[in-house]
Design a protein around this ligand. Sequence first.
Ligand code: NAD
Length: 497
Amino acid sequence: MKTINHFVNGKSFTGNSKKVGKVFNPATGEQSAEVRLASTKDVNEAIANAKNAFESWSNKPPLQRARIMFKFKELIEKKSDELTKIIVSEHGKVYEDAKGSLTRGLEVVEYACGIPQMLKGEFTENVGTNVDSWSVRQPLGVCAGITPFNFPAMVPMWMFPMAIACGNTFVLKPSEKDPSCSIRLAELLKEAGLPDGVLNVVNGDKEAVDALINSKDVVAMSFVGSTPIAKYIYENCAKNEKRVQALGGAKNHCVVMPDCDLDQAVNGLMGAAYGSAGERCMAQSVAVAVGGIGDKLVSSLAKKVEALKVGPGMDKQSEMGPLVTKEHLEKVKSYVDIGEKEGAKLVVDGRNFKIQGYEKGYYIGGCLFDHVTKDMRIYKEEIFGPVLSVVRAKDFDEALQLVNDHEFGNGVSIFTRDGDSGRTFSNRAKIGMVGINIPIPVPMAFHSFGGWKRSLFGDQHMHGPEGVRFYTKLKTITSRWPSGLRSDPEFVMPTMK
Ligand code: NAD
Protein backbone atom coordinates (compact mmCIF):
# COMPACT_ATOMS: atom_id res chain seq x y z
CA MET A 1 0.00 0.00 0.00
CA LYS A 2 1.39 3.41 -1.02
CA THR A 3 2.03 5.80 1.90
CA ILE A 4 1.66 9.54 1.40
CA ASN A 5 4.18 11.49 3.49
CA HIS A 6 4.39 15.16 4.38
CA PHE A 7 6.65 17.59 2.50
CA VAL A 8 8.82 19.62 4.85
CA ASN A 9 11.95 21.67 4.19
CA GLY A 10 12.06 20.63 0.55
CA LYS A 11 11.77 16.89 1.09
CA SER A 12 9.48 14.05 1.92
CA PHE A 13 8.97 13.87 5.68
CA THR A 14 7.56 10.96 7.66
CA GLY A 15 7.31 12.62 11.08
CA ASN A 16 6.86 10.65 14.30
CA SER A 17 3.09 10.14 14.30
CA LYS A 18 1.75 6.62 13.98
CA LYS A 19 -1.67 7.85 12.84
CA VAL A 20 -2.71 7.22 9.24
CA GLY A 21 -5.83 7.94 7.20
CA LYS A 22 -7.19 6.02 4.22
CA VAL A 23 -7.32 7.48 0.71
CA PHE A 24 -9.81 5.93 -1.71
CA ASN A 25 -10.46 5.99 -5.43
CA PRO A 26 -14.13 7.08 -5.43
CA ALA A 27 -14.71 5.58 -8.88
CA THR A 28 -13.98 2.04 -7.68
CA GLY A 29 -14.35 2.34 -3.92
CA GLU A 30 -10.90 0.80 -3.49
CA GLN A 31 -8.31 2.14 -1.10
CA SER A 32 -5.43 3.59 -3.10
CA ALA A 33 -3.11 4.79 -0.34
CA GLU A 34 -2.69 5.60 3.28
CA VAL A 35 -1.78 9.10 4.34
CA ARG A 36 0.24 10.02 7.40
CA LEU A 37 -1.66 12.21 9.84
CA ALA A 38 0.72 14.62 11.53
CA SER A 39 1.20 14.94 15.28
CA THR A 40 1.58 18.35 16.93
CA LYS A 41 5.35 17.75 16.94
CA ASP A 42 5.35 17.05 13.18
CA VAL A 43 3.43 20.25 12.50
CA ASN A 44 5.78 22.23 14.74
CA GLU A 45 8.70 20.85 12.74
CA ALA A 46 7.13 22.21 9.54
CA ILE A 47 6.46 25.58 11.20
CA ALA A 48 10.06 25.77 12.48
CA ASN A 49 11.36 25.20 8.95
CA ALA A 50 9.02 27.84 7.54
CA LYS A 51 10.17 30.27 10.24
CA ASN A 52 13.82 29.60 9.43
CA ALA A 53 13.26 30.20 5.74
CA PHE A 54 11.40 33.48 6.25
CA GLU A 55 14.23 35.96 6.66
CA SER A 56 16.08 35.12 3.51
CA TRP A 57 12.91 34.58 1.42
CA SER A 58 11.24 37.81 2.51
CA ASN A 59 14.38 39.75 1.61
CA LYS A 60 14.52 38.38 -1.93
CA PRO A 61 13.56 41.02 -4.47
CA PRO A 62 9.95 40.54 -5.59
CA LEU A 63 11.20 40.10 -9.15
CA GLN A 64 13.22 37.03 -8.13
CA ARG A 65 10.19 35.61 -6.36
CA ALA A 66 8.13 36.28 -9.48
CA ARG A 67 10.65 34.44 -11.67
CA ILE A 68 10.13 31.30 -9.59
CA MET A 69 6.38 31.69 -10.10
CA PHE A 70 6.93 31.93 -13.87
CA LYS A 71 8.85 28.63 -13.79
CA PHE A 72 6.19 27.07 -11.57
CA LYS A 73 3.54 28.10 -14.09
CA GLU A 74 5.50 26.39 -16.90
CA LEU A 75 5.88 23.21 -14.85
CA ILE A 76 2.16 23.06 -14.03
CA GLU A 77 1.36 23.42 -17.71
CA LYS A 78 3.84 20.66 -18.58
CA LYS A 79 2.48 18.34 -15.88
CA SER A 80 -1.17 19.25 -16.37
CA ASP A 81 -2.21 15.73 -17.42
CA GLU A 82 -0.44 14.10 -14.47
CA LEU A 83 -1.93 16.58 -11.96
CA THR A 84 -5.39 16.23 -13.46
CA LYS A 85 -5.23 12.45 -13.15
CA ILE A 86 -4.23 12.77 -9.50
CA ILE A 87 -7.30 14.96 -8.88
CA VAL A 88 -9.59 12.49 -10.67
CA SER A 89 -8.17 9.48 -8.86
CA GLU A 90 -8.66 10.89 -5.34
CA HIS A 91 -11.60 13.27 -5.74
CA GLY A 92 -13.63 11.51 -8.41
CA LYS A 93 -14.63 14.46 -10.61
CA VAL A 94 -14.50 14.00 -14.39
CA TYR A 95 -11.22 14.63 -16.21
CA GLU A 96 -12.13 17.83 -18.10
CA ASP A 97 -13.68 19.36 -14.98
CA ALA A 98 -10.57 18.46 -12.95
CA LYS A 99 -8.40 20.02 -15.66
CA GLY A 100 -10.52 23.19 -15.58
CA SER A 101 -10.10 23.45 -11.81
CA LEU A 102 -6.34 23.09 -12.21
CA THR A 103 -6.41 25.92 -14.76
CA ARG A 104 -8.28 28.16 -12.31
CA GLY A 105 -5.47 27.51 -9.80
CA LEU A 106 -2.84 28.14 -12.46
CA GLU A 107 -4.41 31.54 -13.12
CA VAL A 108 -3.61 32.56 -9.54
CA VAL A 109 0.03 31.59 -10.18
CA GLU A 110 -0.09 33.76 -13.33
CA TYR A 111 -1.43 36.65 -11.26
CA ALA A 112 1.30 36.09 -8.66
CA CYS A 113 3.89 36.47 -11.45
CA GLY A 114 2.98 40.18 -11.43
CA ILE A 115 3.87 40.62 -7.74
CA PRO A 116 6.55 43.33 -8.29
CA GLN A 117 3.84 45.62 -9.65
CA MET A 118 1.46 44.85 -6.78
CA LEU A 119 4.01 45.52 -4.03
CA LYS A 120 5.11 48.90 -5.39
CA GLY A 121 3.50 51.00 -2.67
CA GLU A 122 2.63 54.71 -2.67
CA PHE A 123 4.76 57.82 -2.32
CA THR A 124 3.97 61.45 -1.57
CA GLU A 125 6.72 64.00 -1.97
CA ASN A 126 6.39 66.96 0.39
CA VAL A 127 3.60 65.82 2.70
CA GLY A 128 5.03 68.78 4.64
CA THR A 129 7.87 71.12 3.76
CA ASN A 130 10.86 68.89 2.95
CA VAL A 131 9.01 65.91 4.39
CA ASP A 132 8.26 62.83 2.28
CA SER A 133 5.98 59.96 3.13
CA TRP A 134 5.52 56.54 1.59
CA SER A 135 3.65 53.33 2.27
CA VAL A 136 4.93 49.83 1.67
CA ARG A 137 3.36 46.44 2.16
CA GLN A 138 5.62 43.93 3.91
CA PRO A 139 5.22 40.17 4.32
CA LEU A 140 3.82 38.79 7.56
CA GLY A 141 5.93 35.73 8.41
CA VAL A 142 4.74 32.12 8.53
CA CYS A 143 1.25 31.77 7.06
CA ALA A 144 -0.87 28.62 7.10
CA GLY A 145 -3.61 27.27 4.87
CA ILE A 146 -6.21 24.56 5.53
CA THR A 147 -8.14 23.34 2.52
CA PRO A 148 -11.21 21.21 1.69
CA PHE A 149 -11.45 18.05 -0.37
CA ASN A 150 -13.44 19.45 -3.26
CA PHE A 151 -10.72 21.42 -5.06
CA PRO A 152 -7.46 19.68 -4.20
CA ALA A 153 -5.41 21.86 -6.60
CA MET A 154 -7.36 25.09 -7.02
CA VAL A 155 -8.08 26.03 -3.40
CA PRO A 156 -4.49 25.48 -2.15
CA MET A 157 -3.43 27.56 -5.17
CA TRP A 158 -5.76 30.39 -4.11
CA MET A 159 -3.47 30.66 -1.09
CA PHE A 160 0.18 29.65 -1.27
CA PRO A 161 1.26 31.30 -4.57
CA MET A 162 -0.03 34.67 -3.31
CA ALA A 163 1.42 34.23 0.19
CA ILE A 164 4.81 33.15 -1.13
CA ALA A 165 5.01 35.77 -3.87
CA CYS A 166 4.34 38.40 -1.19
CA GLY A 167 7.42 37.14 0.68
CA ASN A 168 5.86 34.88 3.31
CA THR A 169 6.61 31.26 4.04
CA PHE A 170 3.77 28.76 4.21
CA VAL A 171 2.49 25.58 5.84
CA LEU A 172 -0.37 23.94 3.96
CA LYS A 173 -2.66 21.33 5.47
CA PRO A 174 -4.72 19.92 2.61
CA SER A 175 -7.74 17.67 2.99
CA GLU A 176 -6.71 14.23 4.17
CA LYS A 177 -9.23 12.78 1.68
CA ASP A 178 -7.21 13.82 -1.40
CA PRO A 179 -3.75 14.94 -0.29
CA SER A 180 -1.53 13.87 -3.23
CA CYS A 181 -2.05 16.90 -5.44
CA SER A 182 -0.71 19.34 -2.84
CA ILE A 183 2.41 17.26 -2.33
CA ARG A 184 3.04 17.15 -6.09
CA LEU A 185 2.56 20.92 -6.38
CA ALA A 186 5.10 21.48 -3.58
CA GLU A 187 7.60 19.24 -5.41
CA LEU A 188 7.07 21.19 -8.62
CA LEU A 189 7.56 24.51 -6.83
CA LYS A 190 10.85 23.22 -5.47
CA GLU A 191 11.83 22.20 -9.00
CA ALA A 192 10.96 25.75 -10.09
CA GLY A 193 13.62 27.03 -7.69
CA LEU A 194 11.73 27.68 -4.44
CA PRO A 195 14.16 27.49 -1.49
CA ASP A 196 13.58 24.70 1.03
CA GLY A 197 11.25 25.52 3.89
CA VAL A 198 9.29 28.23 2.04
CA LEU A 199 6.39 25.87 1.26
CA ASN A 200 5.70 22.91 3.55
CA VAL A 201 2.79 20.49 3.34
CA VAL A 202 1.57 18.55 6.38
CA ASN A 203 -1.22 16.03 6.12
CA GLY A 204 -3.46 15.62 9.07
CA ASP A 205 -6.71 15.87 10.93
CA LYS A 206 -7.94 18.06 13.79
CA GLU A 207 -4.70 17.58 15.72
CA ALA A 208 -2.68 19.13 12.88
CA VAL A 209 -5.20 21.96 12.49
CA ASP A 210 -5.09 22.73 16.21
CA ALA A 211 -1.29 22.71 16.16
CA LEU A 212 -1.37 25.39 13.45
CA ILE A 213 -3.97 27.42 15.34
CA ASN A 214 -2.05 27.23 18.62
CA SER A 215 1.40 28.01 17.25
CA LYS A 216 2.58 31.53 18.10
CA ASP A 217 4.83 31.37 15.03
CA VAL A 218 1.92 31.13 12.59
CA VAL A 219 0.75 34.69 12.08
CA ALA A 220 -1.98 34.31 9.47
CA MET A 221 -4.47 31.59 8.64
CA SER A 222 -6.43 30.98 5.45
CA PHE A 223 -9.17 28.39 5.65
CA VAL A 224 -11.68 27.01 3.17
CA GLY A 225 -14.18 24.34 4.20
CA SER A 226 -17.53 23.89 5.90
CA THR A 227 -19.12 26.66 7.99
CA PRO A 228 -18.87 25.04 11.46
CA ILE A 229 -15.13 24.46 11.00
CA ALA A 230 -14.66 27.92 9.43
CA LYS A 231 -16.23 29.46 12.53
CA TYR A 232 -14.04 27.34 14.80
CA ILE A 233 -10.94 28.44 12.88
CA TYR A 234 -11.99 32.11 12.93
CA GLU A 235 -12.70 32.21 16.66
CA ASN A 236 -9.63 30.29 17.72
CA CYS A 237 -7.22 32.08 15.40
CA ALA A 238 -8.54 35.39 16.68
CA LYS A 239 -7.96 34.20 20.26
CA ASN A 240 -4.41 33.40 19.24
CA GLU A 241 -3.98 36.89 17.70
CA LYS A 242 -3.69 35.76 14.07
CA ARG A 243 -5.22 37.41 11.08
CA VAL A 244 -7.69 35.04 9.53
CA GLN A 245 -9.86 34.51 6.50
CA ALA A 246 -12.17 31.51 6.87
CA LEU A 247 -14.43 30.64 3.95
CA GLY A 248 -17.37 28.38 4.72
CA GLY A 249 -20.28 26.57 3.12
CA ALA A 250 -22.95 27.71 0.72
CA LYS A 251 -26.47 27.30 -0.61
CA ASN A 252 -26.37 29.12 -3.90
CA HIS A 253 -29.62 30.20 -5.51
CA CYS A 254 -30.36 30.64 -9.18
CA VAL A 255 -33.28 32.98 -9.79
CA VAL A 256 -35.08 32.08 -13.01
CA MET A 257 -37.21 35.00 -14.22
CA PRO A 258 -40.23 34.38 -16.49
CA ASP A 259 -38.66 36.48 -19.28
CA CYS A 260 -35.38 34.53 -19.40
CA ASP A 261 -34.02 32.41 -22.22
CA LEU A 262 -35.16 29.13 -20.68
CA ASP A 263 -32.70 26.92 -22.59
CA GLN A 264 -29.84 29.07 -21.38
CA ALA A 265 -31.10 28.92 -17.80
CA VAL A 266 -31.67 25.13 -17.88
CA ASN A 267 -28.25 24.43 -19.39
CA GLY A 268 -26.64 26.81 -16.92
CA LEU A 269 -28.39 25.10 -14.02
CA MET A 270 -27.48 21.61 -15.21
CA GLY A 271 -23.76 22.42 -15.19
CA ALA A 272 -23.93 24.42 -11.97
CA ALA A 273 -26.04 21.92 -10.00
CA TYR A 274 -24.65 18.61 -11.25
CA GLY A 275 -21.10 19.49 -12.40
CA SER A 276 -18.53 17.97 -10.05
CA ALA A 277 -21.50 16.04 -8.57
CA GLY A 278 -22.60 19.22 -6.78
CA GLU A 279 -19.43 19.19 -4.67
CA ARG A 280 -18.58 22.82 -5.39
CA CYS A 281 -18.97 25.73 -3.02
CA MET A 282 -20.36 27.63 -6.01
CA ALA A 283 -22.73 24.82 -7.05
CA GLN A 284 -26.30 25.93 -7.48
CA SER A 285 -28.48 23.87 -5.23
CA VAL A 286 -31.63 26.02 -5.31
CA ALA A 287 -33.50 27.17 -8.41
CA VAL A 288 -36.06 29.87 -7.66
CA ALA A 289 -38.74 29.72 -10.33
CA VAL A 290 -40.41 33.13 -10.54
CA GLY A 291 -43.98 33.72 -11.68
CA GLY A 292 -45.36 31.10 -14.05
CA ILE A 293 -42.09 29.56 -15.27
CA GLY A 294 -41.95 26.75 -12.66
CA ASP A 295 -43.67 23.93 -14.57
CA LYS A 296 -41.71 24.49 -17.77
CA LEU A 297 -38.47 24.79 -15.86
CA VAL A 298 -39.03 21.57 -13.91
CA SER A 299 -40.05 19.52 -16.97
CA SER A 300 -37.01 20.72 -18.97
CA LEU A 301 -34.69 20.04 -16.06
CA ALA A 302 -36.19 16.61 -15.36
CA LYS A 303 -35.46 15.34 -18.89
CA LYS A 304 -31.86 16.46 -18.67
CA VAL A 305 -31.29 15.16 -15.14
CA GLU A 306 -32.62 11.74 -16.19
CA ALA A 307 -30.25 11.75 -19.17
CA LEU A 308 -27.16 12.71 -17.11
CA LYS A 309 -24.22 10.42 -17.91
CA VAL A 310 -22.83 9.33 -14.58
CA GLY A 311 -19.62 7.30 -14.51
CA PRO A 312 -15.95 7.16 -13.60
CA GLY A 313 -14.09 10.44 -13.95
CA MET A 314 -11.59 8.99 -16.42
CA ASP A 315 -14.35 7.86 -18.81
CA LYS A 316 -14.63 10.53 -21.52
CA GLN A 317 -18.40 9.93 -21.74
CA SER A 318 -19.02 10.79 -18.09
CA GLU A 319 -20.59 14.14 -17.31
CA MET A 320 -20.71 13.52 -13.58
CA GLY A 321 -18.42 11.36 -11.45
CA PRO A 322 -18.91 9.70 -8.06
CA LEU A 323 -18.99 11.45 -4.69
CA VAL A 324 -15.79 11.65 -2.69
CA THR A 325 -16.38 9.01 0.00
CA LYS A 326 -18.85 6.34 1.03
CA GLU A 327 -19.79 8.41 4.11
CA HIS A 328 -20.51 11.44 1.96
CA LEU A 329 -22.62 9.32 -0.40
CA GLU A 330 -24.67 8.10 2.56
CA LYS A 331 -25.09 11.67 3.82
CA VAL A 332 -26.32 12.94 0.45
CA LYS A 333 -28.75 10.00 0.12
CA SER A 334 -30.07 10.69 3.60
CA TYR A 335 -30.86 14.28 2.59
CA VAL A 336 -32.95 12.94 -0.29
CA ASP A 337 -34.83 10.75 2.24
CA ILE A 338 -35.35 13.82 4.44
CA GLY A 339 -36.66 15.89 1.50
CA GLU A 340 -39.25 13.22 0.72
CA LYS A 341 -40.33 13.06 4.36
CA GLU A 342 -40.59 16.83 4.50
CA GLY A 343 -43.09 16.72 1.64
CA ALA A 344 -41.05 18.04 -1.27
CA LYS A 345 -41.85 16.41 -4.61
CA LEU A 346 -38.99 14.16 -5.74
CA VAL A 347 -39.16 14.50 -9.52
CA VAL A 348 -35.95 12.59 -10.29
CA ASP A 349 -34.54 10.09 -7.82
CA GLY A 350 -30.88 9.13 -8.32
CA ARG A 351 -30.48 7.15 -5.09
CA ASN A 352 -30.51 3.71 -6.67
CA PHE A 353 -28.08 4.48 -9.46
CA LYS A 354 -25.68 1.60 -10.19
CA ILE A 355 -23.00 1.24 -12.79
CA GLN A 356 -21.81 -2.13 -14.06
CA GLY A 357 -18.21 -2.91 -13.21
CA TYR A 358 -18.08 -0.11 -10.63
CA GLU A 359 -20.53 -1.45 -8.06
CA LYS A 360 -18.36 -0.34 -5.14
CA GLY A 361 -17.88 3.24 -6.42
CA TYR A 362 -19.63 6.12 -4.64
CA TYR A 363 -22.17 6.94 -7.33
CA ILE A 364 -25.52 8.61 -7.13
CA GLY A 365 -27.63 9.83 -10.01
CA GLY A 366 -28.83 13.41 -10.25
CA CYS A 367 -31.77 14.21 -7.96
CA LEU A 368 -34.39 16.90 -8.54
CA PHE A 369 -36.92 18.20 -6.03
CA ASP A 370 -39.84 20.49 -6.82
CA HIS A 371 -42.08 22.47 -4.43
CA VAL A 372 -39.35 22.85 -1.85
CA THR A 373 -40.18 25.44 0.80
CA LYS A 374 -38.00 27.62 2.95
CA ASP A 375 -38.70 25.83 6.21
CA MET A 376 -37.39 22.47 4.90
CA ARG A 377 -33.97 21.16 5.91
CA ILE A 378 -33.12 20.38 2.29
CA TYR A 379 -33.55 24.12 1.61
CA LYS A 380 -31.76 25.41 4.67
CA GLU A 381 -28.76 23.08 4.83
CA GLU A 382 -25.87 22.50 2.47
CA ILE A 383 -26.16 19.01 0.94
CA PHE A 384 -23.01 19.19 -1.22
CA GLY A 385 -24.22 16.62 -3.72
CA PRO A 386 -26.11 16.47 -7.03
CA VAL A 387 -29.46 17.47 -5.54
CA LEU A 388 -31.28 20.49 -6.95
CA SER A 389 -34.28 21.99 -5.14
CA VAL A 390 -36.81 24.06 -7.05
CA VAL A 391 -38.60 26.68 -4.96
CA ARG A 392 -41.51 28.65 -6.38
CA ALA A 393 -41.68 32.44 -5.85
CA LYS A 394 -44.55 34.64 -6.98
CA ASP A 395 -42.40 37.58 -8.09
CA PHE A 396 -38.93 39.16 -8.17
CA ASP A 397 -39.22 40.64 -4.68
CA GLU A 398 -40.10 37.32 -3.11
CA ALA A 399 -37.18 35.65 -4.91
CA LEU A 400 -34.74 38.33 -3.74
CA GLN A 401 -36.06 38.01 -0.19
CA LEU A 402 -35.35 34.27 -0.22
CA VAL A 403 -31.78 34.92 -1.36
CA ASN A 404 -31.22 37.59 1.27
CA ASP A 405 -32.82 35.69 4.15
CA HIS A 406 -30.64 32.60 3.67
CA GLU A 407 -27.83 32.20 6.18
CA PHE A 408 -25.26 31.60 3.43
CA GLY A 409 -24.09 34.24 0.99
CA ASN A 410 -21.48 32.74 -1.31
CA GLY A 411 -22.78 32.95 -4.89
CA VAL A 412 -26.06 33.66 -6.64
CA SER A 413 -27.25 34.17 -10.18
CA ILE A 414 -30.23 35.49 -12.04
CA PHE A 415 -31.42 34.52 -15.50
CA THR A 416 -33.36 37.31 -17.18
CA ARG A 417 -33.51 39.31 -20.40
CA ASP A 418 -34.43 42.45 -18.50
CA GLY A 419 -31.55 44.81 -17.68
CA ASP A 420 -33.41 46.48 -14.85
CA SER A 421 -34.09 43.16 -13.08
CA GLY A 422 -30.45 42.17 -13.52
CA ARG A 423 -29.12 45.45 -12.21
CA THR A 424 -31.52 45.73 -9.27
CA PHE A 425 -30.77 42.14 -8.33
CA SER A 426 -26.99 42.56 -8.38
CA ASN A 427 -27.35 45.78 -6.39
CA ARG A 428 -29.61 44.36 -3.67
CA ALA A 429 -28.46 40.75 -3.27
CA LYS A 430 -26.63 40.21 0.04
CA ILE A 431 -24.21 37.81 -1.58
CA GLY A 432 -20.47 37.98 -2.28
CA MET A 433 -20.46 36.82 -5.92
CA VAL A 434 -23.33 37.55 -8.31
CA GLY A 435 -23.92 36.29 -11.86
CA ILE A 436 -26.31 37.80 -14.40
CA ASN A 437 -27.04 35.06 -16.95
CA ILE A 438 -23.82 33.46 -15.66
CA PRO A 439 -24.51 30.32 -13.63
CA ILE A 440 -21.23 30.05 -11.70
CA PRO A 441 -19.86 33.55 -11.16
CA VAL A 442 -16.42 32.55 -9.87
CA PRO A 443 -14.21 35.65 -10.06
CA MET A 444 -11.03 35.39 -12.10
CA ALA A 445 -7.65 35.37 -10.33
CA PHE A 446 -7.14 39.13 -10.72
CA HIS A 447 -10.41 39.80 -8.90
CA SER A 448 -11.02 38.23 -5.50
CA PHE A 449 -13.13 35.28 -4.34
CA GLY A 450 -15.33 35.29 -1.27
CA GLY A 451 -18.84 35.16 0.10
CA TRP A 452 -20.89 37.12 2.61
CA LYS A 453 -22.83 36.15 5.73
CA ARG A 454 -21.95 32.67 7.07
CA SER A 455 -19.98 31.82 3.93
CA LEU A 456 -16.98 33.86 5.06
CA PHE A 457 -15.63 34.79 8.48
CA GLY A 458 -13.11 37.60 8.24
CA ASP A 459 -13.05 40.57 5.94
CA GLN A 460 -10.63 39.76 3.12
CA HIS A 461 -11.51 37.57 0.17
CA MET A 462 -9.03 35.17 -1.46
CA HIS A 463 -6.47 35.92 -4.20
CA GLY A 464 -6.48 38.98 -6.45
CA PRO A 465 -5.95 42.38 -4.77
CA GLU A 466 -7.53 41.17 -1.52
CA GLY A 467 -5.01 38.31 -1.43
CA VAL A 468 -2.13 40.79 -1.58
CA ARG A 469 -3.69 42.80 1.25
CA PHE A 470 -4.28 39.70 3.36
CA TYR A 471 -0.71 38.42 3.01
CA THR A 472 1.02 41.75 3.67
CA LYS A 473 0.92 44.44 6.32
CA LEU A 474 1.04 48.11 5.67
CA LYS A 475 3.86 50.35 6.86
CA THR A 476 3.92 54.10 6.31
CA ILE A 477 7.24 55.90 6.59
CA THR A 478 7.58 59.66 6.99
CA SER A 479 11.02 61.19 6.60
CA ARG A 480 12.87 64.49 6.71
CA TRP A 481 16.57 64.82 6.01
CA PRO A 482 18.59 67.50 7.84
CA SER A 483 18.66 70.58 5.66
CA GLY A 484 20.75 72.87 7.85
CA LEU A 485 17.63 74.20 9.57
CA ARG A 486 17.27 73.13 13.15
CA SER A 487 13.94 73.17 14.94
CA ASP A 488 13.11 73.48 18.62
CA PRO A 489 11.27 70.67 20.41
CA GLU A 490 7.55 70.70 19.67
CA PHE A 491 5.04 69.48 22.25
CA VAL A 492 1.87 69.77 20.23
CA MET A 493 0.45 67.22 17.81
CA PRO A 494 2.51 67.59 14.62
CA THR A 495 0.69 69.10 11.66
CA MET A 496 2.39 69.52 8.31
CA LYS A 497 3.56 73.05 7.48
P1 NAD B 1 -14.44 20.37 6.06
O1 NAD B 1 -14.82 21.59 6.80
O2 NAD B 1 -14.89 19.06 6.59
O3 NAD B 1 -12.83 20.26 6.00
C1 NAD B 1 -12.04 21.33 5.60
C2 NAD B 1 -10.68 21.21 6.27
O4 NAD B 1 -10.85 21.28 7.69
C3 NAD B 1 -9.96 19.90 5.98
O5 NAD B 1 -8.60 20.16 5.76
C4 NAD B 1 -10.19 19.09 7.24
O6 NAD B 1 -9.13 18.21 7.53
C5 NAD B 1 -10.30 20.15 8.32
N1 NAD B 1 -11.21 19.73 9.40
C6 NAD B 1 -12.30 18.92 9.30
N2 NAD B 1 -12.87 18.76 10.50
C7 NAD B 1 -12.16 19.49 11.39
C8 NAD B 1 -12.26 19.73 12.78
N3 NAD B 1 -13.24 19.19 13.52
N4 NAD B 1 -11.35 20.54 13.37
C9 NAD B 1 -10.37 21.09 12.64
N5 NAD B 1 -10.22 20.89 11.30
C10 NAD B 1 -11.08 20.10 10.69
O7 NAD B 1 -14.85 20.57 4.54
P2 NAD B 1 -14.79 19.53 3.34
O8 NAD B 1 -15.83 18.50 3.54
O9 NAD B 1 -13.39 19.09 3.11
O10 NAD B 1 -15.19 20.48 2.12
C11 NAD B 1 -16.51 20.79 1.79
C12 NAD B 1 -16.94 22.10 2.40
O11 NAD B 1 -16.08 23.15 1.99
C13 NAD B 1 -18.33 22.53 1.93
O12 NAD B 1 -19.02 23.05 3.03
C14 NAD B 1 -18.06 23.62 0.91
O13 NAD B 1 -19.07 24.56 0.72
C15 NAD B 1 -16.85 24.25 1.51
N6 NAD B 1 -16.10 25.00 0.52
C16 NAD B 1 -16.20 26.36 0.56
C17 NAD B 1 -15.54 27.11 -0.37
C18 NAD B 1 -15.65 28.61 -0.36
O14 NAD B 1 -14.93 29.23 -1.10
N7 NAD B 1 -16.49 29.20 0.45
C19 NAD B 1 -14.76 26.49 -1.36
C20 NAD B 1 -14.67 25.10 -1.36
C21 NAD B 1 -15.36 24.36 -0.40
